[in-house]
Design a protein around this ligand. Structure first.
Ligand SMILES: Cc1cc2nc3c(=O)[nH]c(=O)nc-3n(C[C@H](O)[C@H](O)[C@H](O)COP(=O)(O)O)c2cc1C
Length: 149
């Protein structure tokens, strides 16, 4: 199984989660490559069995939460969808967001973005920024369970 993680990160936490998931996947014998949203390799995503997309929570801490870096995420998803718009069609995807206090609707909105680009979202997790290692393990565990199906 090949996994690609693409993350949008402002201060490093969501990147840290991506790298922790990479380590956890490696431990389980699953190949993983991580990319920032600004530098994703469409060929690697096309070849992957699963795409994980992560971002941070942007909002007013308790209200108005949404995916951080939406413009870059939208551009990235557009690039992956390709000129015919079907590059992500049927691609198994997982989503995650990191947050400080409460993620509100961030994960659902990210899920909507990825599904809107054609991805088939099969797992998702909001990870509090002070429990990233635990969150990374939990999401990888859910993915590994799915891949054994
Ligand atoms: C401008 C800004 C707005 C934020 N809004 C929220 C918020 O509404 N709710 C929340 O729980 N965390 C919020 N956070 C915290 C970040 O989502 C959290 O620290 C996240 O893990 C940062 O990820 P990053 O280091 O990958 O950028 C905000 C952070 C910033 C910089």
């Amino acid at each position: 199984m090949d996994v690609v993680v693409v993350y949008e990160s402002k201060t490093g936490t969501t990147r840290r989660a991506a790298l922790a998931m990479g380590d956890e996947l490696f431990t389980r014998g699953i190949r993983c490559t991580t990319y920032p949203a600004s530098g994703v390799d469409p060929a690697a995503v096309a070849a992957a069995d699963l795409l994980i997309v992560g971002t941070w929570t942007d909002g007013l801490f308790a209200v108005g939460q949404r995916p951080g870096g939406r413009k870059r995420l939208a551009q990235m998803l557009n690039t992956l969808a390709g000129p015919d718009g079907d590059g992500l069609k049927g691609k198994k995807c997982a989503v995650y967001c990191t947050y400080a206090v409460t993620p509100g609707g961030t994960l659902r909105k990210l899920d909507d973005m990825v599904a809107g680009a054609g991805g088939d979202v099969v797992a998702g997790l909001a990870m509090r920024r002070d429990t990233i290692a635990d969150g990374a393990q939990r999401l990888v565990g859910a993915i590994a369970d799915l891949s054994s199906v």
